[in-house]
Design a binder for this molecule. Structure first.
Ligand SMILES: Cc1cc2nc3c(=O)[nH]c(=O)nc-3n(C[C@H](O)[C@H](O)[C@H](O)COP(=O)(O)O)c2cc1C
Length: 257
């Protein structure tokens, strides 16, 4: 996939707007050239983000990936807001989501994480549907549909006109969605959306996430993930928390609230 024409990334207040259009080299090229260097880090697990325009394409990509070694899990991207078909179209329709996840689960030889769209009325409901269709975990959130306009030219700043908003600007909303989803499912949740500091990560864990992901922060600081992993460790040490897992869902809601 060639992706969209530039400009496809715009900086916003406390965030970033992108419409990359899922540029990628395709699954065969990925397995030959992209996966091997990633496998050189023995302490790291590789989770492959999977996309297709149709159910058949999703399952075909998974079947290719099944044949490779060194992949820990698949993350089904049903939430990209920047493609004309597939992606968010699946993540925002309960019937389509259920069908796709069931078909993907049938072929996937590895754990299946379903990456959900925040551009729905109830992400918790969609998470429940994914769970019932066989998802082993859900990840949320993907980016929020958004746009930016240059008032001098009166033109949209992104060539795709609209894009997906990420970064600290979305954190409180993404956090609320993780919290609501944690009430609706029993499978693990991978939380994300604007995580920059160890405290941000702890918030997502307390809201019910089992693990967290970091996207936008890595654009500002390519070592953000390393810094966060170390920061989370020191946070746990200074708060007498023995295992990060102890934080999952450990939100303290005062009585009567
Ligand atoms: C430039 C860019 C590219 C992205 N590409 C993908 C993608 O290919 N698949 C996907 O599931 N999510 C993609 N995302 C969404 C992120 O993985 C993440 O869900 C979202 O940005 C919120 O987290 P963050 O605020 O830490 O970036 C992308 C985000 C950005 C900013």
């Amino acid at each position: 996939m060639a992706g969209h024409a530039a400009p496809r990334i715009i900086q916003t207040a406390a965030g970033m707007l992108n419409a990359i259009g899922l540029q990628n080299v395709g699954v065969e090229e990925y397995l030959e050239h992209k996966l091997p260097p990633m496998r050189r880090y023995p302490r790291c697990n590789v989770i492959v983000n999977v996309f297709g325009y149709t159910v058949g394409e999703y399952t075909q990509v998974i079947e290719f990936l099944n044949q490779a070694e060194g992949i820990a899990a698949y993350e089904l991207n049903v939430s990209c807001p920047n493609v004309h078909a597939g992606g968010m179209a699946f993540g925002s329709d309960p019937v389509e989501l259920e069908y796709l996840v069931r078909k993907a689960r049938e072929v996937a030889a590895r754990p299946l994480i379903v990456k959900l769209s925040p551009n729905v009325t109830s992400i918790a409901h969609m998470a429940h549907i994914a769970q019932e269709a066989g998802a082993d975990a859900v990840s949320l959130t993907n980016t929020f549909l958004a746009m930016s306009i240059d008032v001098e030219t009166r033109r949209p700043r992104l060539s795709n006109i609209t894009g997906g908003l990420s970064g600290p600007a979305i954190k409180p909303i993404a956090l609320r969605m993780v919290y609501e989803t944690a009430q609706a499912v029993s499978i693990p949740i991978l939380g994300m959306g604007g995580i920059v500091t160890p405290d941000d990560a702890v918030e997502f864990l307390l809201a019910g996430a089992t693990a967290v992901q970091v996207g936008t922060a890595s654009y500002a600081d390519p070592r953000a993930v390393e810094r966060l992993a170390k920061g989370l460790e020191s946070w746990c040490r200074s708060h007498q928390v023995e295992r990060v897992a102890a934080l999952t869902g450990a939100l303290d809601i005062p009585r009567g609230q």
